[in-house]
Design a protein around this ligand. Structure first.
Ligand code: ZN
Length: 130
């Protein structure tokens, strides 16, 4: 499944970043998904949940931001929403050599995590009673 390999890649990247930052829990991941990336958001969310199990991301929420596909025509400089299925023929002059401006995005925008217990203890020192 396409979505499963994407989810596994996202979890792997976030896991590495969280580890480097000393985070012990990830609360949410924000993902940018292009219209033409071929990703079904519901399927991705399902796979993401599975991929998170047993990792520092367990229970993390996945937010997806859809990027509409747009193309531009070189000869006449018109740009338009490509749609789905993609229409790469210029609606102004009919040229079929469109340049895709957006729509293939697939990247992590942001990750929210909790600091580890060590750093929480630093902020609030425990005083011993005597
Ligand atoms: Zn054109």
């Amino acid at each position: 499944m396409h979505e499963m390999s994407i989810a596994a890649a996202v979890v792997g990247q976030v896991e590495a970043a969280a580890e480097a930052a000393g985070a012990f829990a990830v609360s949410s991941v924000r993902l940018q998904v292009g219209e033409l990336a071929g990703v079904v958001p519901d399927a991705l969310r399902f796979c993401f949940e599975l991929a998170c199990t047993g990792t520092v991301l367990e229970g993390a929420a996945l937010a997806t931001e859809l990027v509409p596909a747009r193309a531009r025509c070189a000869p006449c400089a018109a740009d338009w929403a490509v749609g789905m299925p993609p229409d790469l023929c210029c609606p102004t002059c009919g040229t079929a050599t469109a340049e895709l401006l957006s729509g293939r995005e697939l990247q992590i925008l942001s990750v929210r995590w909790e600091d580890g217990p060590t750093r929480a203890a630093d902020r609030e020192p425990i005083h011993e009673e005597r």
